[in-house]
Design a protein around this ligand. Structure first.
Ligand SMILES: [Zn+2]
Length: 308
């Protein structure tokens, strides 16, 4: 079992470059590493109607990065301190089977409705799709309970001290409030977020790309489960690099940028070596949510644009 203290020793504090893909829970997590696997099959009409969908799945000029490299700009207690205060919260053996089934179902949902739609889909809508399309399959009662429990978890007990910004599992994103950003698979909220992104592109150029925009509660649950799968079901450890469901500011406006064609490295400290980063920084776009050396020991994550 991977514990926080082993993890710290391994990582030297840099998380993004250390997590080993698909470490324990097999094929589902691994399959998600393939960008191609995000692209859905035929698009059912109801998807187009319901989700403000793209006309077709994007196939080229797509600035994909593997989602598993995503890490949040979050407030968590330093791992060495954390270990002295809290025991790790790890998914129990009894729950592992449900955990795997839930993760697989989310994966099928994403594949079915498409990567872009999945970024903004609500929970009720997800349930509807799962119920209506056998390629996804209805969530079982145990899976529903597992997700509700995960959403309700006290983040502090995981060592996560950020705010809960989405209070209800069922809260959904209003379609008229968002805009699709071409060739990224991501959306931004109209208004401040979108305007900031346009200004960045105008100031710096199109070598800066959106790497993670709006993430609905559903998307954040999926990312969090994926992250948990990478670290042997250790939710405390997962919450060190990814905000627990309901706690990501990506649900309400913040977004991440990177350098075009830089892939997963956009979510590592290598991004801070790029010209794009230097210009973002010089122009004052990189206002971090939690200052360096704050009492929560938040890591510096230079790719996150604070909007809210
Ligand atoms: Zn971010």
């Amino acid at each position: 079992m991977l514990k926080r203290r082993n993890f710290l020793a391994l990582s030297g504090g840099i998380v993004a470059s250390v997590l080993t893909p698909g470490q324990s829970w097999g094929n589902d997590a691994r399959a998600l590493k393939e960008p191609g696997s995000f692209i859905g099959p035929q698009w059912p009409k109801s998807v187009l109607r319901n989700v403000n969908a793209e006309k077709k799945p994007p196939t080229q000029n797509f600035d994909f990065h593997p989602d598993n490299s995503i890490v949040d700009n979050i407030a968590s207690v330093p791992l060495n301190v954390l270990d002295q205060i809290f025991p790790d919260i790890v998914i129990t053996d009894d729950e592992i089977r449900i955990f795997k089934k839930t993760l697989a179902r989310f994966s099928r949902l994403q594949k079915y409705i498409g990567y872009g739609n999945f970024n903004v889909i609500g929970w009720d809508q997800s349930l509807r799709f799962a119920r209506n399309y056998q390629q996804i399959g209805k969530f079982s009662r145990a899976e529903l309970e597992f997700i509700e429990k995960l959403f309700a978890i006290d983040a502090n007990s995981l060592g996560f001290y950020g705010d809960k910004v989405v209070s209800r599992l069922s809260s959904s994103i209003v379609k008229k409030d968002i805009r699709k950003i071409p060739r990224t698979g991501h959306y931004l909220f109209r208004g401040d977020a979108f305007d900031t992104y346009l200004r960045i592109r105008k100031d710096i150029g199109d070598s800066v790309v959106l790497t993670s925009g709006i993430r609905s509660v559903v998307k954040q649950i999926y990312l969090f489960l994926n992250k948990a799968a990478e670290v042997d079901g250790n939710l405390s450890l997962a919450s060190y690099s990814l905000a627990p469901p309901g706690h990501s500011y990506h649900a309400v406006g913040d977004f991440d940028v990177g350098k075009r064609n830089f892939g997963a490295k956009n979510f590592t400290e290598e991004f801070a070596q790029t010209d794009e980063f230097k210009r973002l920084s010089d122009l004052g776009y990189l206002v971090i949510r939690y200052p360096q050396n704050n009492s929560f020991g938040v890591r510096y994550e230079p790719w996150h644009i604070k909007v809210v």
